[in-house]
Write a protein that binds this ligand. Structure first.
Ligand SMILES: [Zn+2]
Length: 500
């Protein structure tokens, strides 16, 4: 039995290597690769994806898992080996249902799709992207059929990012969130607006970059095991526990873009850097789910990075760096400005009070695309009418509308709802952490983040993907994913800022 377990671990280590090699190529594609590299890169990624897939669906893998099933039932269910066998079985079954030809076609389609998206967004030309997206959506619909029977065609899309989560569960949670957020945004709109014009002026690029580096270094980002580069759509990627990379973008005319994006990606990276070393080169050496991952990025971006204690510490430093821009702006005015609520067109720059509305819009469109009730050719129009219904705005062009996100061009369908779920989880964890660390805010106001990070590491990071998201959230907070703490937090915070 021990020998079989070792053989299984060997196979999983190879799979891990192939997967991280793809991550390296994907990182390069989004940071430094010239446009001419797209075709070759597509072939390379497709080959690696096929090799990885072949290992997952090999007879040897299936036999090893069958042979090890008796061992799995004897082990303590929380032990690393029991979790490894459980998660491996789940992933193996997923791969076994998906034919190799689909994996290759999908890898190729998304590589070309991403290149087409970059150009289409730059040229505000949805028509040039449309055939690529049609191909990707067709492949995603086909993907669901491999998991029939299902209650909803969207379930298999969601399950890849939130193991065990169903479309109707997410719809039920969002149905509780949406009316509260819509009401809050309306109440805010009736109040005098917060002044934030000073955030829109020249902030030299290098000075911004350096400030971001200073902040995330204090957070505890480990530069020995990571680096930061620029990308059009910032992301975090892991090449293994020893190399977790982040990317950011800088707008030299707007302060918020770089700093909040950088803190966000750093939150993802701190999670990956905190995974237990014992899980190295196994499928457990990753986050529990995308929502749990997003709970970490949103926590550092918003609960820490948009809080008054955080700026009590960092604002004097920021004024030192940008004396001409911020010298005459008080801490209180700055805090209110970075928390200004205003329905806007771009999701990644949306404030906390409107963010989830962007997600709910995308969820509805994705579900319609999967059901076939919406065709790709009608997507820009559907996008614009949803924007009007959800946020009361109509984009001036597709670059500021349907073309703004990289996700669909990368084949990510079922991913967007995890952002909103992550917001909910972030506050659940925050409330519990506050209970365990009563002087949390004082620590943040002193620029001390070590206890905060250690708490997250203990409750969330070190476990990697050992537990399903709902189990992990329950172990850490005492309850499953619950929107109430988040809604309470929004009402309290923005009630104070806008005097509601
Ligand atoms: Zn994120």
């Amino acid at each position: 039995m021990e020998e079989k377990l070792q053989r299984l671990k060997g196979l999983l280590a190879e799979i891990d290597d192939l997967s991280h090699a793809q991550a390296v190529l994907g990182w390069d594609q989004q940071t430094y690769m010239p446009p001419g590299g797209a075709e070759d890169r597509g072939n390379q990624l497709a080959t690696l994806a096929r090799l990885e897939h072949e290992r997952w669906v090999s007879d040897e893998m299936a036999h090893l898992l069958d042979d090890l099933a008796p061992l799995a039932s004897q082990l303590d269910p929380d032990s690393e080996e029991a979790c490894l066998l459980r998660v491996t079985r789940r992933l193996q079954e997923k791969h076994a249902r998906v034919p190799a030809r689909w994996v290759e076609a999908f890898s190729q389609a998304t590589t070309l799709g991403q290149e087409a998206w970059v150009k289409a967004r730059r040229n505000n030309d949805f028509a040039s992207f449309r055939p690529y997206l049609e191909e990707i959506i067709q492949l995603r619909r086909e993907y669901s059929t491999f998991f029939a029977p299902f209650t909803h065609i969207y379930d298999p899309q969601l399950d890849d990012y939130e193991p065990g989560m169903k479309t109707e569960e997410v719809q039920a949670i969002f149905a509780r969130v949406r009316p509260v957020q819509v009401e809050l945004v309306k109440a805010i709109a009736a109040r005098p607006q917060v002044e934030a014009g000073f955030l829109h002026q020249a902030f030299p690029e290098q000075a911004q970059w350096d400030f971001g580096v200073e902040v995330i270094t204090r957070f505890g980002y480990d530069w020995e095991r990571g680096r930061q580069d620029k990308a059009a759509h910032p992301f975090t990627t892991s090449f293994g526990l020893g190399d977790v990379r982040i990317t950011t973008r800088v707008d030299p005319q707007f302060f918020n873009t770089m700093i909040f994006g950088t803190m966000h990606e750093c939150g993802h990276a701190l999670y990956d850097q905190g995974i237990g070393q014992a899980l190295r080169r196994t499928p457990l050496a990753t986050g529990a789910s995308m929502a749990v991952h997003e709970s970490q990025s949103r926590m550092w971006e918003n609960l820490v990075g948009r809080s008054l204690p955080f700026w009590k510490f960092f604002y004097p430093r920021l004024q030192e760096i940008f004396p001409g821009q911020l010298g005459n702006v008080s801490l209180e005015a700055f805090y209110r400005a970075v928390n200004r609520v205003e329905p806007s067109l771009i999701r990644v720059e949306a404030d906390e009070a409107t963010y989830n509305l962007h997600i709910m819009l995308r969820l509805e469109l994705e579900i319609a695309l999967m059901e076939g009730s919406l065709e790709v050719k009608d997507l820009p129009e559907a996008w614009n009418s949803h924007m009007q219904a959800f946020l009361g705005l109509t984009p001036p062009d597709d670059a500021h509308g349907v073309l703004q996100d990289i996700h669909w061009s990368s084949g990510l369908v079922g991913y967007f709802p995890t952002y909103a779920l992550g917001n909910l989880v972030s506050v659940q964890l925050w409330e519990k952490m506050h209970h365990d660390l009563p002087d949390l805010e004082e620590q943040i106001a002193r620029g001390q983040f070590a206890n905060l990070l250690a708490w997250l590491c203990e409750k969330v990071h070190r476990h990697g993907a050992k537990y399903e998201p709902q189990v992990l959230v329950e172990k850490a907070t005492g309850s499953r994913i619950d929107p109430q703490p988040y809604l309470r937090y929004l009402r309290e915070k923005f009630g104070q800022i806008y005097g509601l």
